[in-house]
Design a protein. Structure first.
Lengths: 225, 235
């Protein structure tokens, strides 16, 4: 009797391009958070002198934008486009996943609706972080330009910049908890560092994607690739 | 192998991700217009905004309270004394009743902080330079005025001409009420053409000097003339 084709123990979740973009964003975020705190929170006053903190704050913002553009230019644009599309589209299961999320937090062990490569929470997190990031760029540019032409110095710019910072801090704190500490989800960190995740974990947490990946793998084996 | 398998897109799916992203951006950009009003509303509805406002930006009606020493100085009208010293013909020590009795004027001006925040249309009431100068009569050699805070070691200095500017004052009231503790009770310098670090709070001494002496933040690299939009590397 022929052995069934061995199922891959691990499946690829993120290409090198996606991981590069993620870690660039993470590094720039923390650089901007630290220098921003030095610039605006009095208990951080004196940790970095103002001109240095400001130069690094602006430099990180520019490096992030330029770096993401460079990654898109030289990297695997098709992989990026696929991820963007997956993050954009929500199906019935995603709606059910979001509606059931509060209940699942209160009573662990409840089964979640089957999810794709990204669950609905990850999709929402990505959209909020993207929107907040662009808000930071708009208000940050106004703050920068308002120093040169006080006509554009609006009282609201810095308030929105601060509130968006608080929102981003909350989202990133939740993201870090799920990626590093929470037992059920922290395996996902491997996907963002090494690029692949355990196939069994993927089936449990991202069923629709794991199924598609298994079909892909079977196809590859069949065609001898 | 390098490119991961995507999730197949089901026929019935909606582009909610981009809607959420653009909606967040729209709320953020639109928020620039309404944020000051929201912040004022929050500062009225949260009673402890004075203390909480220092932790959560935007709860203090746009104000952020910076201090170099905790706790903030506490004004006691029974012990408070304003000293006017240095190169003057008649040095003065004024008890609070005497300071409160000095003639005052009202003005509405914007307040700009070097860290980027702004509060527009602040209503101030306070003592003009001329009132103080008539009282103590500076000597001809006096060219600078230093303001020493109850919050040691905070001090700052401006030129006598800057003190004489028509919108400069030693404020006693803000927005129709006596200065609160976090806004520098009982007396603070208001100098609308410059960033707020020049506006010494909790003023306890006004000294007339012949020479320049760097203030607290000037010793830490900030510009002596803190013109809004024209100093501190533009901000």
């Amino acid at each position: 009797m022929a052995e069934p084709p061995a199922r891959a123990a691990r499946i690829r979740r993120f290409s090198r391009t996606e991981r590069a973009a993620h870690w660039l964003l993470a590094a720039a975020f923390f650089a901007m958070l630290f220098t921003g705190l030095c610039l605006s929170v009095s208990s951080f006053e004196g940790v970095l002198d103002r001109p240095t903190a400001k130069a690094w704050h602006l430099g990180s913002a520019i490096a992030l934008a330029a770096g993401l553009a460079a990654i898109a230019l030289v990297g695997d644009r098709r992989a990026l486009a696929r991820s963007a599309r997956e993050l954009d589209r929500y199906d019935r299961d995603d709606g059910a996943w979001l509606r059931g999320a509060p209940r699942r937090v209160l009573a662990t062990g409840r089964a979640a609706p089957p999810q794709g490569r990204f669950n609905a929470g990850q999709k929402l997190n990505a959209a909020l972080i993207g929107g907040l990031m662009l808000t930071m760029y708009v208000t940050g540019a106004l703050l920068w330009y308002g120093e040169r032409d006080t006509t554009y110095r609006f009282a609201g710019s810095v308030l929105v910049h601060d509130w968006a910072t608080l929102a981003l801090m909350a989202l990133v704190a939740g993201h870090l908890y799920l990626a590093v500490l929470h037992p059920a989800t922290r395996h996902a960190l491997r996907g963002m560092t090494l690029g692949d995740v355990d196939a069994g974990w993927a089936r449990a947490h991202h069923e629709k994607w794991a199924d598609a990946a298994a079909r892909d793998e079977a196809e590859r084996v069949r065609s001898g690739a | 192998m390098e490119r991961p398998t995507p999730t197949p897109t089901p026929r019935e799916s909606l582009p909610i991700g981009r809607a959420a992203l653009l909606g967040t951006l729209a709320a953020g950009v639109g928020g620039i217009a309404v944020a000051p009003a929201v912040s004022r509303l929050l500062s009225h509805s949260v009673p402890s905004a004075g203390g909480l406002g220092t932790l959560l930006p935007g709860l203090g009606g746009g104000w952020r309270i910076y201090s170099v020493q905790y706790p903030l100085p506490r004004f006691d009208p029974r012990t408070y004394e304003l000293r006017v010293t240095g190169l003057v013909e008649r040095p003065a020590r004024l008890r609070w009743e005497a300071v409160a009795a000095l003639p005052g004027e009202h003005q509405v001006s914007d307040f700009h902080c070097v860290t980027g925040w702004t509060v527009t249309n602040v209503r101030w009431e306070g003592i003009r330079a001329k009132t103080l100068l008539d009282l103590v009569r500076p000597q001809p050699a006096a060219r600078f005025v230093s303001f020493q805070s109850l919050e040691a070691p905070y001090v700052d200095q401006i030129s006598l001409d800057q003190f004489r500017e028509s919108d400069a004052m030693l404020a006693r009231h803000m927005d129709g009420k006596p200065l609160t503790r976090s806004h520098g009770a009982p007396l603070r310098l208001v100098l609308p053409s410059m960033y707020g670090y020049k506006g010494v709070k909790w003023v306890r001494e006004v000294r007339f000097d012949a020479t320049e002496a760097p203030g607290y933040w000037e010793q830490r690299g900030y510009d002596t003339d803190a013109w809004i939009g024209r100093s501190n590397g533009y901000g």
